[in-house]
Structure formats: C-alpha cells, structure tokens
Design a protein around this ligand. Structure first.
Ligand code: NG6
Ligand code: CA
Length: 499
C-alpha cells in the first residue's frame, strides 16, 4: 500500500516537472511579409528593431518556406501538415466559405491539446467556417474549436473580405441582434453603400479592375457584400491593438500551464490602414507603416512574456504566410513610395508566384532555454514541418495518416542540425520541387506576369530548372542542359502527387 502511494507521488511529481518543462509555443504569422521586408533580412529603408531582436536572441533562417504562395493553402498546410494541393477547395477562400480543415483528423493544435497545451488562434483565420453556408447571427461552427483551438478570436477571412467583424469563440463580437448580418459573394444584399456606387465615401480607392469595390466598411470598400452588423464592424486602425490585447490576455491566463498561441496578424495585407501611431512614420507609405505596426506588435508580445516571466521557456516562431505584393488592390501609394526597397530581397517573383519569392519567407525561432542566440542557418525546411517537429518536441506520437507531408525537423529548428529536408514541394502559380541545389518548376500555360499586381508568376510552357546554389534569383533556366535532372525531379514531383 505504502509502496503504491510512493509510486503515485513520484508519478505526479514527474508529471509536474514535465508540465513545467514544456515550452509555451507561439507562432507569429504575418501576412504577405516578404523575404526582404525586415531590417534583419536586409531592409535598409526602415528598421524593425523588435523582430531583429528576436533574430539576435534566436536562430534566423534564410531558406525556410511557407507551404504556398497565398494565404489559405499556406495556413491549411501549417495546421494540417498536409499539402493543400492534395485537397480540393483549398485556394484563396471567400469570406463565406465552409471550413476546409477536416474535423476528424489530427491538426497541429489538436495534437498540442493532447500534449497538455491550452491552445488559441488569435487573428486572421481564412480557412472557412461552418459546413453549408454560415449564419453569422448564431453560434458559428464548425470552426477553430472543432479543429483544436480552445480559444479563438478571429477575423474570419482577410481584411479585404466581408464580413469585417471579429468572431470570438464562434460568436460575432458586439453583434446587435436587431441588426443581423447577411453576407453574399454573389450579389448586393441590403442597402449599405458600396465602393462602386459611393466612391466619395472612401478613404482609400480600389484600383479599377481589381475588385475591392463592394460593401464599404470603415470607409474602405471590400470584396463581397454584407448588410447589418454595424455595431460589430472592426476599425482597421485598431486591429493590431485589438488582437495584441487579446493575445496578452490569453498568455496572462495561462502562465501556469503550457500554451500554444497561433497569432496571425493582419499586417501587412491590404487594406493597409495602420494605427495613427504608425501612419506616415515609415516614409514608405502605408505598406511601410504596416511593417512598423507589425514590429510593434511583436515587441508587445515579447514585453508581455517578459513581464509574465515566461521568456526563458517560450518558443517563438516568427514567419509570414507567403511572399510580398506591393499593389494588391488599393491605391495606398505602396508602389509610388517604394523607392529602391525590394520586398523580396534578391529573389524573383512574389506572392502568387512559383519563383522563390512566393514561398521563401522570413523565419526566426527564439527559445532562450534551448536555442543558441545570434545564429543563422540556410537549412531547407517548410512550415508544413512544424506539425511533426512540434509533435516530437512534445513527445506526441503521430498516426500514419496524421500530418502526412510533415517531416520532423526539430533538430534543425533548434539549431542542432543543418541537414536539409530531403526535398520540398512549393505551391506557387504551379508546383515546383527543390532537391539539393536544384529547383524544378513544372511547365504551365498560365500567364507569365500578373499585370494587376505586377508579379512574375513563374509560369512557362517549358520546364524550368535553376541551380539555386549559384542562381537564387532564378535567371538561368538550365533545363535543356540537364535533361536527366529534369526527368528525375519531375518524376519525384509526379510520384509525390500520387500519394
Ligand atoms: C486576391 C485579391 C487580393 C487578396 C488575395 C488574398 C483580387 C483582385 N485580389 O484574389 O487582394 O485579397 O486574393 O490574399 O481580388 S491572401 O494573402 O489572403 O492569400
Ligand atoms: Ca497572405
């Protein structure tokens, strides 16, 4: 009897030690931030001291990739560990899309819940909600909760898509039941003004031919129509502050248990309308100002961790969902005020593109307790690997069909190995594959340039092959000189599509 009691005490004691040791995990996921958009990645026009400090205290990656070159598929890959192009309906989601993440499969947050974490998503969602149409006036589900987030405070789609309201734990925040919300992506609903009909009400005009001229919310016209919900409208200038406050409150409530916070900022996606603290401060227009706001947000999170005494054992991962775009639909002077700044650094392409700037993104990992500070690495990895790597970190076994495309890269994430992922598939305008020094882009008949956003999409009816060890800017197509490499890589890509 006594022996059993002793064993029980030992067991509980061990559990307590383990619980204390598990690091908190925070993923700070910026939106459309390019590889060259931070001063620690070579941006010289403005400085991003708080993000630079993360890099100084942690490990800075130069060859880390988002899953895809746009938001929805990238986030799908991050949270499921599965390539989005293996599932239909994972393209850029309209604001009334159904939830695209299956609720009966393991996800990054549900895996961490099993490991004893309290989980939260705060910020941009853009993965659909509900099953068959969304009633914004009752409890909205399935959604974040059903895929493993204990707490959620989200912008449902993007900042430029209706409905422009926060949804907290499945309910629209500040909704007046007498002013219910209707949303349509097909036709105008209700009498709210639109950018098309009432351009005089706009603080920022959309570019002609690039949409964004439907319902006006907070003096900015959006994609999609909505009526009602006026008391629930967000204010664009307050979004960064609102979500930062929610993040700090979540962390403060979870100081005695491990937590996972997926913090998805709206910056620097369009419409860019940061707080007056930042407007006009970068000298680069609203896009630059939004970068300053993003940097401030990171600083606030880090400061809060310090004051909660959680800094030592919190793993912070900072990255972006896809590469940069300058004009993405609004006349916000981003193009005119860009000067000589190169949002993609020396890389070719940008958001939407199969070239490297589509998915090569800033990626910084800080964990004082376990990662040596001030190091850089060029190891090849993908956001899709975070699932398996964090499962390893938290000792969670994965079943066969869990996170099928995710590799355990924990050693690389923590600076203990420099071994590249054996190969990596990128989703831009078409698919490409990187193995060793080679990058192969499958042939595609799509347009070479998206003229609206002025980005080279990487489409070419001929196969493309680049030697990234010498040609990071993908200038010399070597496909005809190395037909054997083309054959091997296209076969590897093809076989990956079949599993
Ligand atoms: C595009 C929008 C763009 C942006 C993007 C999604 C047009 C012409 N362009 O379709 O403005 O909203 O979708 O961006 O509508 S993402 O970062 O969420 O993928
Ligand atoms: Ca994005």
């Amino acid at each position: 009897m006594k022996k059993n009691l002793l064993l029980l005490i030992l067991f509980v004691f061990n559990l307590t030690i383990w619980a204390q040791q598990k690091p908190n995990i925070i993923i700070i996921y910026a939106d459309d931030l390019g590889y060259g958009d931070l001063s620690c990645y070579g941006m010289s026009k403005i400085s991003t001291p708080n993000i630079d400090k993360l890099a100084k205290q942690g490990l800075q990656f130069s060859n880390a990739h988002s899953t895809s070159a746009t938001c929805t598929p990238s986030r799908y890959g991050l949270l499921t560990g599965k390539y989005p192009w293996k599932q239909n309906g994972t393209g850029i989601a309209p604001g009334d899309a159904s939830l695209i993440i299956p609720t009966n499969k393991a996800t990054l947050p549900s895996m961490l819940q099993k490991a004893g974490y309290t989980t939260a998503v705060i910020g941009k969602w853009h993965l659909g909600l509900g099953t068959n149409g969304i009633d914004w006036n009752t409890e909205i589900k399935p959604g974040p909760k059903e895929v493993g987030f204990d707490y959620s405070f989200i912008m449902p789609a993007t900042l430029d898509r209706v409905p422009c309201v926060y949804v907290e734990n499945g309910r629209v925040l500040n909704l007046d039941p007498k002013d219910p919300i209707t949303v349509s992506y097909k036709e105008k609903v209700g009498n709210d003004p639109t950018g098309k009909e009432n351009p005089e009400q706009l603080r920022m005009k959309p570019y002609p031919g690039q949409g964004h001229n439907e319902t006006i919310v907070d003096s900015i016209s959006r994609i999609g129509y909505m009526s009602g919900g006026h008391s629930a409208y967000w204010k664009d200038a307050d979004i960064a502050g609102d979500i930062t406050k929610k993040a700090i409150s979540f962390m403060s409530k979870n100081t005695s248990n491990p937590f996972f916070l997926y913090f998805a900022t709206g910056d620097i996606h369009v419409p860019r309308y940061p707080h007056s603290m930042f407007r006009g401060k970068s000298g680069m227009g609203l896009r630059g100002d939004a970068i300053l706001q993003l940097d401030w947000t990171v600083g606030e999170i880090v400061k809060a961790l310090d004051s909660l005494k959680l800094t030592q054992n919190t793993l912070i991962i900072f990255s972006s969902d896809n590469g940069p775009v300058v004009n993405d639909g609004y006349m916000d002077k981003a193009v005119e005020m860009l000067g000589n700044h190169k949002p993609a650094g020396a890389l070719r392409g940008g958001k939407y593109s199969s070239f490297e700037a589509g998915t090569t993104v800033p990626f910084i990992v800080k964990w004082l307790k376990n990662i040596q500070p001030n190091k850089k690495t060029d190891v090849l990895l993908s956001h899709i690997d975070l699932f398996s790597s964090l499962a390893k970190l938290t000792a969670q076994p994965l079943q066969n069909d869990d996170a099928p495309d995710s590799f355990d890269m924990l050693a690389q994430l923590t600076g203990k190995s420099n071994k590249d992922r054996s190969y990596l598939i990128e989703q831009g305008s078409s698919l490409s594959i990187i193995q060793g020094k080679w990058k192969y882009i499958e042939s595609s008949k799509g347009p070479r340039i998206d003229l609206d956003v002025n980005i080279e999409l990487g489409n070419n009816p001929l196969p493309q092959l680049y030697d990234l060890s010498k040609d990071k800017g993908e200038k010399n197509n070597l496909a005809s000189q190395h037909p054997d490499v083309v054959t091997n890589l296209s076969a590897l890509l093809k076989s990956s599509k079949e599993v």
